[in-house]
Structures are given as C-alpha cells and as structure tokens.
Design a protein around this ligand. Structure first.
Ligand code: AMP
Length: 289
C-alpha cells in the first residue's frame, strides 16, 4: 500500500464533499481530531471509529491557538508523509489537513470559551489553552459534521471540555472517550515523548507507577491529602518537577478533598527536563464509609 491511496482534503470544501458523498450513501462518519506525529494512541481512536462501522476522517492540525507564547508550537513535530503512511496502513478514509489560514482566515474573531471543566489543572497552568482547544474542536465538529468524534482519555480534561461544549452547543455528535494507550513500561504514548533524552525516557514511566500507588492508597481508604503529598515527594525524588497532582470528580472535574464516594480521577502534569508530561488514571472506590 502506498500513501497516495489515502485521500487528503486541505480545505473545508473538499472535506465536506467527501462527507456529503458518504452521507448520500447512508454511511456514518467518525472524526478523529489530532495534531499529527501519529502513534498507536491516535491509531486506537481510528480503530474505535472503524469498530463502530464509520468512515474515518482524521484531522491533522497543529492548532496555534492552543499553544502559549512560550510553548512548543514552532518546534512541534510535523512528519506529514509518515503520518499519511500510518493512516493508509490503518485504512482511515480521509486525512483533513487544513492550513492555519484555512482554519483562521484574516479577520477571524470568534472564541469558544468553556467554563466548568476547563477550570484548574491544565486550565490554570496554560492560560487560554482550552479556549484554543474548544474553538478548534467546535470548528472541526461543525466542518465535518460527523456522527461521532473520538478523543483519548490521555487528555482527560480536554475530553471533559469537549463533552461539555458538545452538550452546551447542542451538537448532535456522540463524543467517545478511548482509554490511554501505554508503552509496555506504563508511559502514556505522546507525540512529545520524542523530546525525552534516553535518561529521561528511563525515568518517565515512574510517573504512572507513582500515580497508580497513590490511586490505590486513596481507593483503599487513605485520605487524599497525605497520599498525594507522598506521591509529590516521591516524584520529586525521581527528578520530576510537579505542576499539579490532583484528585477530581471524574465527570464534572470538581476538586475532591475527601475520600471519593463516586468515580474519581487522579490527574497530573509534571516536567522532566524540558518536557511537560501529563497523565491521569481512574480511582475506583473499593470501600464505603
Ligand atoms: P494530539 O495529537 O496529542 O492532540 O492527540 C490527538 C488525540 O489523540 C487526542 O484526543 C488525544 O487524547 C489522543 N491521544 C493522544 N495520546 C494518546 C494515547 N496515548 N492514548 C489514547 N489517546 C491518545
């Protein structure tokens, strides 16, 4: 198979022509929004849409509006040819790769700002980030008008923001969350893992391990504060600089300080050298008060 076999739409009009052709034949459509530098985590989203029997559109767009001024927009990896090979091998139906001008033409003046789940966590650390995410995701959902759109639990706060936005704007699109794909040693796959040095790559899986230990302690009945303090200290000893490690309600993402009585999520952002890593795990309640 070669990369030419996967059609590429570079304009919204071309995207809509493909989607309209499928619709006229009654074929359902799934959208997988990405920033490219594709790995098995992205491909799990493609597979989820295929399992649902949908035509799969994968968008690749490094969205300038979700990067802060001191973040890695310019250096973010953009291996387009490799991505097209991967999507062809995965039997996706269409790549949508718009330019920045196509998405944000001169005079563009609209921002979608979601409250609630955008607050705190990455929302506090990266001002404007979720406005950028919500604006681009709303545009992609309206442009492709899919039956379903697929997002990774890896970016759990983003998934909750997208669910909120879709409900609040009455978009008739199912938002599907897909579990985080990890390396064998537990590190969550991320396009940013290529930034890690060999030594950092060796340390990185400790994030997940330490989070799992804290999550089990809390699930087993330990109050969150001491369990989290211990985890932050251990992360520091391992060489991570902790931005946040917080226990939140799994649905609304409201902060939890008491042992959880409903599904909870433990979420973290850390720095390892120059690389920012995020991860999150469910905290299942195995006891009752
Ligand atoms: P990105 O290209 O990093 O913006 O990610 C595009 C989509 O892929 C988002 O919905 C991410 O949550 C999802 N994703 C990224 N990494 C993973 C992973 N390791 N497992 C599952 N989904 C992922």
């Amino acid at each position: 198979m070669n990369a030419e076999t996967l059609p590429v739409a570079r304009s919204v009009a071309e995207l809509r022509r493909h989607v309209a052709a499928w619709r006229s034949r009654g074929e359902p459509v799934g959208l997988v929004p990405t920033m490219g530098a594709l790995h098995k985590g992205h491909l799990a989203l493609v597979e989820a849409a295929q399992t649902a029997g949908q035509r799969v559109v994968v968008s690749i767009f490094v969205n300038p509006r979700q990067f802060g001024p001191r973040e890695d927009f310019a250096s973010y990896p953009r291996p387009e040819a490799d991505d097209l090979v991967k999507l062809t091998e995965a039997a996706a139906d269409l790549a949508f790769i718009p330019t920045v001008d196509e998405m944000y033409p001169d005079g563009f003046a609209t921002t979608i700002s979601v409250g609630g789940p955008s607050e705190g966590l990455c929302g506090a650390q990266r001002p404007g980030h979720f406005d950028g995410v919500a604006t681009v995701v709303a545009k992609l959902l309206i442009q492709a008008a899919p039956d379903a759109a697929y997002f990774g639990e890896k970016d759990y706060q983003q998934l909750m923001v997208v669910r909120r936005l879709t409900r609040d704007l009455n978009l008739p699109i199912e938002i599907v969350g897909v579990p985080t794909v990890r390396e064998a040693d537990g590190l969550a796959l991320s396009s940013r893992n290529v930034y890690l040095s060999a030594e950092e790559r060796r340390i990185a899986p400790n994030l997940y391990r330490i989070m799992c230990e804290a999550g089990s302690a809390i699930a087993g009945g330990e109050p969150p504060a001491p369990a989290l303090q211990r985890a932050v200290a251990t992360l520091g000893q391992q060489g991570f600089r902790v931005e946040y490690l917080e226990l939140r309600d799994a649905a609304a993402l409201a902060p939890l300080t008491e042992p959880p009585t409903k599904p909870a999520r433990l979420l973290a952002a850390v720095h390892l050298g120059h690389t920012r890593l995020i991860d999150n795990i469910p905290v299942e309640i195995v006891w009752t008060r």
